[in-house]
Write a protein of this length. Structure first.
Length: 760
């Protein structure tokens, strides 16, 4: 039966035609042999400089776009810099899946927002390690590049954003930890001598609008205060660049305060290179055609000026053709120098040197990876575990888990979902297990009825759905949103459940039978009606759960495993979208803005950031009573030896986690801080640490260790500087808060960071 629903024929339906057959330079016998670029004893930068010095002007220009031509006379192959791997090797111009045989699929993990809900950074690193292994295997077969335009780490600021599903959520601290672990796994360590693959953190910066009420991402100017830029929009990128040492960064379509991001030297030089230390072995790519969009921003009059401005601002490669088609004209117009182009290409090829592109294959373990390393049994298990770990139980009156002896009516537009399970930026999965297939495999006697579609007002399917429900012992409704509602270039106007899904759920609830709602999709939809209806017994959020998504969901429904995920976003009421325009980039509340994210929201959410129930009951306490006060000056003095003062330790808090229930479960400990120290207004609370404690057995107690850095308890001033301020603080554990501890910071305020002032 699974064969009908575990769709492997997608490999045929979605196979990507060959776009680039990748090769490697021949440093043994080719034209580059015995040149510095092939000298493994030289530094990557010296090797890259030597290579670029051999290019003539025409060759320089022809290698500035993502589809780089290479240099035939030097034996340098063509190379496409645009490969994707958001949650698995993905269909993209630089990736070619086979239509049959080897390399016809790759492991498809859950979408980032669901993996983030697991709050398990070790798992994120493990997932990234599998993705990079498979990416290398594809490259060795000539089917993918060595660099990948992933991850998307823009905070999910507004619930209408169509690409929120690609992100780890709304909290900058959570995203910063997530991306550090992800880059560690993707690149084969933190700044290793030889990269496994080159990752790319995007979209720098302030990008989170696609197309909302005529505001297109290609021409939108994000007006952002220095305080919000430093505190909210940039911390994920600081973690990615300064701390995890990513190989590349993508600048975004939008402008920030009047300057297109890919033409903004303040972002690309002052912050990225000077403040964070993004060195000359690392490069910046534009988002695709973003340089050409300088005209949409009315920033330049023509494409030669756009190309010159991009290069000079620090955008090293153009994903598109604006550079390749216009840099020669820009040179003739004296808008830039040949050396500007050479600098850009040197950065790119320095990263290829660090990827072993010019080195003997025999000495490189990554060059030995092949088809046998793709979608291994351990990778399949990890994809399943990642989906299970991220599922969030939002409501349960004790109805879940369901006994397998019950006859189920599985109803809704996601009930038999396969391709939908992947979300966007997907590759070809080896299989896709639908909820229906998984329910049958789990042993449930199950009837399947769609009842309605994602965004339909047609009620003709209601009768069959209600008939199936009447004949069943329990009802599982699988719905929500998908790529037809949220996507790249597609923002939402409403955050309600689309179509007539809630009407069908209400009628199903009226039957008085156990009713479980499975909510799928990346962005949240307002579930207030489900939350308040006592006849809706349970709600599970499943995001885009990937190739094993149906199995993961049904294993939780059946009680094989207890859920432990936590919402990495706020679920807002539907009325929120009427209170603030999507174009208002400010976070703090005002007369025209109720505040954004859990930190600043002044109205009640439907479900709070961090919400997540379990099939057991946990009792929490501080395993060690924290101090009542800390000296700011002593903390700063002790932290001077840290690489960066904001990363210096503040303290580590130990929380006892006692499982007082009857089933084993993981537990995610979330630690927040609240204070009225520093500049007003004051956040409701801020996440400062978390840890997922695994497999706490019934009746047993585990200890959650929660390290906190100085930067985590700092406040940011109007100039973007982080400070430790004296005053009273309260630690808050769990959502809703289970335990608290108050402490005081004493002494005088201390500045931890000196954020670069924007140009006047």
């Amino acid at each position: 039966m699974l064969g009908a629903f575990c769709i492997s024929i997608l490999a045929v339906l979605y196979a990507v035609p060959a776009s680039t057959a990748y090769g490697f330079p021949d440093c043994a016998n080719g034209p580059l042999a015995h040149t510095t670029v092939c000298d493994t004893s030289a530094t990557p930068l010296a090797r890259a400089k030597a290579l670029i010095a051999m290019f003539n002007t025409t060759e320089l220009v022809s290698n500035t776009d993502n589809a780089s031509a290479g240099v035939a006379r030097l034996g340098l192959p063509a190379y496409n810099w645009w490969s994707e791997a958001l949650h698995g090797v993905a269909s993209s111009p630089g990736v070619t899946f086979a239509s049959s045989g080897d390399f016809r699929f790759a492991t498809s993990f859950p979408g980032p927002i669901l993996m983030s809900a697991a709050f398990d950074d070790a798992m994120i690193k493990a997932v990234a390690s599998v993705i990079s292994t498979e990416a290398r295997a594809f490259n060795n077969a000539g089917r993918a590049g060595l660099d990948y335009f992933t991850p998307n780490i823009n905070p999910f600021r507004d619930p209408r954003w169509g690409r929120g599903q690609e992100t780890p959520g709304e909290d900058p601290f959570r995203i910063a930890q997530y991306v550090f672990s992800l880059i560690d796994g993707l690149q084969g360590g933190i700044d290793p001598p030889r990269f496994k693959i080159a990752a790319d953190c995007k979209h720098f910066a302030g990008y989170d609008i696609e197309d909302w009420e005529g505001n297109l991402r290609y021409a939108f100017d994000a007006v952002i205060s220095t305080q919000d830029l430093s505190e909210f929009y940039l911390p994920p990128f600081q973690s990615c660049v300064r701390d995890a040492k990513v190989a590349s960064v993508m600048c975004s379509y939008n402008a920030v305060n009047g300057v297109p991001s890919c033409a903004d030297a303040y972002l690309l030089k002052t912050i990225l290179r000077d403040f964070w230390g993004f060195d000359e072995e690392r490069w910046v790519t534009s988002d695709c055609d973003a340089v050409g969009n300088f005209i949409d921003h009315k920033f330049v009059a023509d494409l030669p000026h756009a190309a010159a401005d991009g290069i000079k601002a620090g955008t090293d490669i153009d994903c598109g053709s604006t550079y390749g088609n216009n840099l020669a004209a820009a040179l003739n117009m004296s808008l830039l120098n040949v050396s500007d182009i050479a600098t850009a290409l040197t950065r790119q090829y320095a990263s290829l040197v660090r990827l072993g592109y010019f080195d003997p294959a025999a000495a490189q373990p990554f060059r030995q990876l092949g088809w046998a390393d793709v979608n291994t049994p351990s990778s399949q298990q990890l994809a399943y575990e990642a989906a299970v770990a991220g599922v969030v139980l939002l409501k349960n009156d004790g109805t879940l888990p369901l006994s397998k002896s019950k006859k189920l009516a599985l109803i809704g537009p996601w009930a038999n979902a396969t391709r939908q399970l992947q979300g966007n930026y997907q590759g070809i999965a080896p299989f896709l297990v639908s909820p229906f297939a998984a329910a049958q495999a789990a042993g449930f006697a199950t009837t399947l009825t769609a009842g309605t579609a994602i965004n339909s007002t047609d009620t003709s399917g209601f009768a069959a759905a209600l008939a199936a429900a009447r004949a069943a012992d329990a009802i599982v409704f699988a719905g929500g949103i998908d790529g037809s509602i949220e996507a790249e270039a597609k923002d939402r106007d409403e955050i309600t459940w689309p179509g007539n899904q809630l009407d069908l759920v209400a009628q199903l609830a009226g039957l008085g039978k156990p009713l479980v709602v499975l909510q799928f999709g990346g962005g949240q939809v307002d579930g207030a009606a489900l939350k308040s209806n006592p006849k809706v017994n349970a709600i599970l959020y499943g995001g885009y759960p990937g190739q094993a998504g149906g199995t993961a969901i049904m294993d939780i429904v059946s009680g094989k495993v207890s859920p432990a995920g936590r919402l990495p976003v706020t679920q807002y009421p539907a009325s929120y979208v009427d209170a603030v325009p999507m174009t208002d980039m400010s976070l703090r509340p005002s007369a025209t803005n109720p505040g954004r994210t859990y930190k600043w929201l002044t109205t009640a959410p439907t479900f709070e950031f961090g919400t997540g129930l379990s099939f057991t009951t946990f009792r929490l306490g501080f395993a060690r009573t924290p101090p009542a006060s800390y000296s700011i000056q002593a903390l700063v003095a002790a932290g001077r030896s840290a690489a960066h003062l904001d990363l210096a330790p503040f303290d580590t808090f130990s929380v006892s986690v006692h499982n007082a229930g009857k089933v084993a479960s993981d537990f995610v400990a979330l630690l927040f801080v609240k204070t009225t120290a520093g500049p007003a207004p004051f956040p409701n609370k801020e996440l400062i640490s978390y840890v997922r404690t695994k497999g706490v057995a019934a009746g047993h107690t585990a200890t959650a260790s929660l390290p906190v850095t100085l930067g985590s308890i700092a406040r940011v001033d109007a100039q973007g500087n982080a400070w430790l301020f004296p005053g009273d603080y309260t630690l808050m554990v769990d959502v809703p808060t289970a335990i608290t501890h108050s402490f005081r910071l004493t002494g005088s305020a201390a500045q931890l960071t000196h954020f670069p002032a924007p140009p006047s």
